[in-house]
Design a protein around this ligand. Structure first.
Ligand SMILES: *[C@@H]1O[C@H](CO)[C@@H](O)[C@H](O)[C@H]1NC(C)=O
Length: 237
């Protein structure tokens, strides 16, 4: 508190930062490139001068270099060393608020709102964005807005008994919309997962005619209908 101007400066900075919204994660995954030099230099720059260049987390790794280890972690079974003081102390308010401000800086790193109606994905671009870079508008063609192949069943010969086929529609790039076909083998599962801040609409086909049968009580509960209705629909298959 010996330096009220610095203190209020930091406080003001915190409130500026509080205007930040959570980033909309436009893609399901952007594997962190922990070696990205771009991010490190932005980090220093952002800390002292500006927040505009800090990315939404870390820069994305080149998708062709992504490996299974990027989705796992180890070491959580090892107890941490708790032989330390309680952490932050109010004896150092400037450091505390400075760190707090820094936390909110990170929250400023949001994705841009998709301001354009369309940004056709340029799948050949080497630039790794949150989404894909836009194709030259003069090269956009009708095919960029359509997809085919969703009528073909996916290969479910895998341990999960499940497959996902995505509709490749470059015109949906940055719009936060995607379309998939799921196929389940008998007893197949889609492992528990989340899509950040996304809404998923599923159209379920072949539930009532599935072999083996899905137990009636499951269908009664899932569709909130009477057992007679379940039997009636089953009779149609
Ligand atoms: C389905 O996947 C399995 C396992 O990868 C493979 O052995 C099999 O050939 C695939 N079947 C088809 C029709 O592609």
């Amino acid at each position: 508190m010996a330096s009220p101007i610095l203190f209020f400066g930091l406080l003001a900075f915190i409130f500026i930062a509080a205007l930040a919204s959570d980033p909309s994660p436009l893609q399901d995954f952007c594997i962190a490139d922990t070696n990205s030099q771009v991010w490190l230099s932005c980090f220093l720059f952002a800390m002292w001068w500006s927040v505009a260049v800090l990315l939404n987390g870390l820069a994305c790794k080149d998708p062709t270099l992504v490996e299974a280890n990027d989705f796992s972690s180890s070491g959580l079974h090892i107890a941490g060393n708790t032989s330390n003081p309680a952490g932050f102390s109010m004896a150092s308010p400037i450091l505390f608020f400075g760190l707090l401000a820094f936390i909110f800086i990170a929250a400023l790193a949001s994705d841009p709102s998709p301001l354009q109606d369309f940004c056709i994905a340029d799948t050949n671009s080497q630039v790794l964005l949150n989404g894909l870079a836009c194709k030259d508008p003069t090269l956009v063609e009708a095919n960029d807005f359509s997809s085919s192949g969703l009528h073909i069943a996916g290969n479910t010969s895998n341990p999960a008994g499940f497959s996902v086929t995505s509709a490749q529609i470059p015109g949906l790039n940055t719009l936060g919309i995607s379309l998939f076909r799921f196929d389940y083998a008998p007893w197949g599962v889609n492992s528990p997962h989340i899509h950040h801040r996304a809404t998923e609409i599923l159209t379920v086909l072949e539930v009532f005619g599935s072999k083996p049968q899905i137990p009636s009580d499951v269908l009664v509960k899932a569709f909130q209908v009477d057992n007679n209705v379940v039997n009636y629909i089953r009779s149609k298959f």
